[in-house]
Design a protein around this ligand. Sequence first.
Ligand SMILES: [Fe+2]
Length: 454
Amino acid sequence: MNISCVQTKICFRAPALDRHSIKAVVLVLLLGGLTLGCNRANPADDAPVRFVWTGAVDAESAHIVAGLNKTAREVRLHYSVEKTMTDSTTMTRMRSDRPGNQRVAQFQLTDLLPNTRYFYLVSLDGRLDSSSIGTFKTFPPEGPASFSVAFGSCAATGSDHPVFSTIRRLQPLFFLHLGDMHYENIGVNDVNEYRRAWDQVLASNTQSLLYRSHPIAYIWDDHDFGPNNSDRTAAGRQAARLTYQEYVPHYPLPAGTGDVPIYQAFSAGRVRFILSDLRSARDPYERPDSPQKTLMGARQKQWFFDELLESSGRYPLIVWVSTLPWIGDYDSGTDGWPEYQFERREIAEFIDRHQIRGLCMLSGDAHMLAIDDGTNTQYAAEGGRGFPLMHAAALDRIGTRKGGPYSHGTYRGGGQFGLMTIKDNGGELIDVHWSGRTDDNEELLRYSFSVKAP
Ligand SMILES: [Fe+2]
């Protein structure tokens, strides 16, 4: 029988582990050399483990992906609530469990404690790689909870911009990446091209430190899915989808696995996050607009509508991550919802007709900070209610402006990100504060609103 994954509770007496290596690691950890709060560089090129990062975190589980510099018969993940790893649990992946790319190992951690910080290390064939240490905090259990989320999009491939260190120091619950994680503009159906691109991202110092110390939720945009303004006809669509599932720790994909779009949803506290894949299922943006032209594709749109119906009334705040600009006039040349105005109106009317409450939108793509309080986001034919919207970009690109108008203005530029703070003490109102910030942690834009708990 081929056992694909084994979890065991271990201590120093565990025979399968190198006792001396664990003791050495504990010693180094105790000396503080591997504290993730410091500005330690990414693992060296010759280290057995190339990168680690965590995603799909909730109150009791997490998904960790480790990139390896060499093949191994057995890869183990050791995790513990103790930074010293003195009492750790081990999860084992055998070579036979890792079809395809033997240089990437995935671990699905379950039965974790909520609201708890975990530390982890990777070992290959019994040898611990002390440079592979990572950490993350599980989410609070479903129900009232206060927390912050950092978000942003658009960084040059492998960017080492200080903005990532600024975000890390703010210690958000997780980092929401809204796309353009790299700018490789891959135009061929070759998984190795996509692997190379994400390898470059994860080799950067400031970014990899952020991802090794905070969970990520990530949805792509055009440049990390395919070429500029790319869509479902992109040559690399299949390779992009497969490599995302191989490399990126992600929430379960409602579309399934394999050559499928990567839309997904999750919750934290009393907030529902809905991430739309607006690249790999959409029609080309140059195509004349019509009721049939789609950014989402029929299947994703039905899932999105179902998500809205299920979330409205259950979650006081629904954060729709749309990645692309929502506001703007048709034919304005904006690669976003303005060029799909029939579908935009269909969605706006669905929101209105079903009285979806507590909706807001986070967006990237345009290299700017921008906030609209709902004055300009209403597109139903009969009128109706708008919803607050915030753009947060660019992490590390030259500034641009797209779409608009935006009630609270825009700041064009790089070295920018957004911070959303949720204050939910279990009362009738949940307070939401949006802040557009620079890499110096200076606030350029702000907006606060409250949503009513059902
Ligand atoms: Fe971008």
